[in-house]
Design a protein around this ligand. Structure first.
Ligand SMILES: Cc1ncc(COP(=O)(O)O)c(C=O)c1O
Ligand SMILES: N[C@@H](CCOP(=O)(O)O)C(=O)O
Length: 480
């Protein structure tokens, strides 16, 4: 499989060639030149597979420069009960991403796909653990070292650091928005003392952190000299690993490939739902993909009006679903590339307009009228909706959900269609946002044993301005 940039001005490359670099040289994001197709019969033949073997079927369509036996071994090493039973009872863990039906609502079944059973209690572990093993594999083959520069709003950071700690030849430099994550999220990252992990608390919001990552990646001389890679969903490896659980969720929810399901996805950087879009483009029978935003509702605005207006840092609100406090969703560019018929020049022009004029408006264009074919719907959830939904799901179904998943359930309920099961992606465990859970339910969230004393551990973090040059200087002084 060859990969092309969404900006149309980079050479096509193979999976292993793009894995360590992340952003394409022209500033775009990589996508496969075509989406491999999965037939209904093929889909049905995957019903009895383990998660690891299902992942093999999906990923082997994309990573054809990794020998079959190596890829299968990497996936079986990654998707184990030992890695993915955190915070859940072990009887469900063999499914890796179990599906829990909440109940019947609006003439259909409403369910939660559990994706937060991994080491850091958020869905990021589903792809990040694999990325860690893929990096190790690729670096061993090439004899290279890798310095990861990442941006987090709370969950990617810890998932990446737990996946990369102790990995030979890998350093992680993680930018996080100072004071904007939950105490639990900060403690998960900042308490790590491993010499290959560096936490930088940026005076800004997540978008500032992501802009710095992109600016450093776009300085090709610096990038090559310091061997900079990325673990954000900028990296295709992250997105493609997330495609797998849409297949898993679909197979768990249905009896045959003639059935359709819809997914609601709590959305911020648009990586998770972009993986759903790709699964749908591959032929997975998804009726709708519902993007659920919090008060930072750029994506909801776009899907409802055709106007994309990225907010400035100062306009980005600090909410009680803080991991979705994002106003410049990077993966949105991948969808736009498909929307404009894989026209790299047009995509580049549209995102140049985002930089110069703050956004674009396609409300009067044919592509907006035809956008229905991609199955997107969207909605917005507020702090009060979040509290109400956490309470209501707890009372009605005796299940405690986190604030982001609550945004998902709130919006999903607005889009229930009789006869089409609705699966909400559960993106984190409640303990990560325990302050809000306490407000909503008046009792604490359950905390897995491994994290009981996390907030009292000593923390190691450096403060830094939202300034590319300061970050480059930090990297240069910590690398040879
Ligand atoms: C808990 C949680 N939910 C939802 C999201 C949004 O996912 P995405 O950024 O892939 O849209 C994130 C961050 O990415 C998250 O950490
Ligand atoms: N919500 C994320 C933000 C980064 O998203 P990514 O999927 O691009 O890594 C976080 O929790 O850090």
């Amino acid at each position: 499989m060859r990969y092309q940039s969404t900006r149309g001005n980079s050479p096509q490359q193979s999976f292993l060639e793009i894995l360590l670099g992340g952003l394409a040289p022209d500033g775009g994001l990589y996508l496969p030149v075509e989406y491999p197709q999965v037939s209904p019969a093929q889909l049905d033949s995957w019903r009895s597979l383990t998660y690891a073997d299902l992942a093999y079927e999906v990923l082997s369509l994309y990573c054809d420069d990794i020998p079959e036996e190596d890829l299968r071994a990497l996936l079986r090493k990654t998707y184990t009960e030992q890695v993915y039973c955190n915070g859940r009872k072990a009887d469900n863990a063999k499914d890796i991403s179990p599906l829990h039906w909440l109940g019947e609502e609006g003439g259909t079944r409403l369910g939660l796909l559990s994706l937060s059973n991994g080491p850091t209690l958020a869905f990021k572990d589903m792809a990040m653990q694999l990325l860690g093993n893929l990096f190790e594999y690729a670096l061993k083959r090439s004899g290279q070292k890798l310095n990861i520069l990442g941006a987090t709003s709370g969950d990617t950071g810890s998932a990446a650091e737990y996946a990369m700690r102790g990995k030979e030849g890998v350093n992680v430099f993680m930018l996080s928005p100072r004071g904007k994550m939950s105490a639990f999220q900060s403690a998960q990252m900042y308490s790590l003392q491993d010499p290959n992990i560096f936490n930088l608390a940026v005076a800004g919001v997540f978008d500032d952190c992501q802009d710095i990552v992109k600016a450093v990646s776009n300085d090709h001389v610096f990038k090559v000299k310091y061997r900079i890679g990325t673990v954000n969903s900028i990296n295709w490896g992250r997105v493609v690993a997330q495609v797998v659980y849409y297949f898993q969720g679909y197979l768990l929810a249905t009896q045959s490939s003639s059935e359709k399901v819809s997914f609601t996805v709590p959305s911020g950087n648009f990586g998770n739902i972009c993986a759903g879009h790709i699964a749908r483009m591959m032929g997975l029978p998804i009726a709708h993909l519902v993007a659920a935003t919090n008060e930072n509702d750029v994506l909801n605005e776009f899907f409802s009006t055709g106007v994309y207006r990225a907010r400035k840092s100062a306009e980005t609100l600090h909410t009680s679903s803080p991991s979705m406090d994002i106003s410049k969703a990077s993966n949105f560019e991948r969808f736009v590339f498909d929307l404009v018929g894989k026209d790299g020049a047009q995509t580049a022009a549209m995102f140049k307009q985002v930089d110069t004029a703050g956004g674009f408006d396609i409300s009067q264009e044919l592509i907006f009228q035809e956008m229905g074919q991609y199955g997107f719907q969207s909605g917005r959830s507020t702090h009060q909706n979040r509290l109400d939904t956490i309470r209501n799901v707890d009372q009605q179904y005796n299940i405690m959900i986190d604030t982001h998943t609550a945004d998902g359930v709130k919006v999903a309920r607005d889009y229930l269609e009789p006869g089409i099961p609705m699966i909400v992606l559960e993106t984190a465990l409640p303990i990560k946002f325990e302050e809000t859970i306490e407000i909503a339910l008046g009792r604490p969230a359950e905390c897995p044993e491994a994290f009981k004393d996390i907030k009292s551990k000593p923390q190691r973090v450096e403060n830094i301005d939202a300034d590319v040059n300061q970050v480059k200087t930090f990297l240069a002084t910590h690398l040879d």
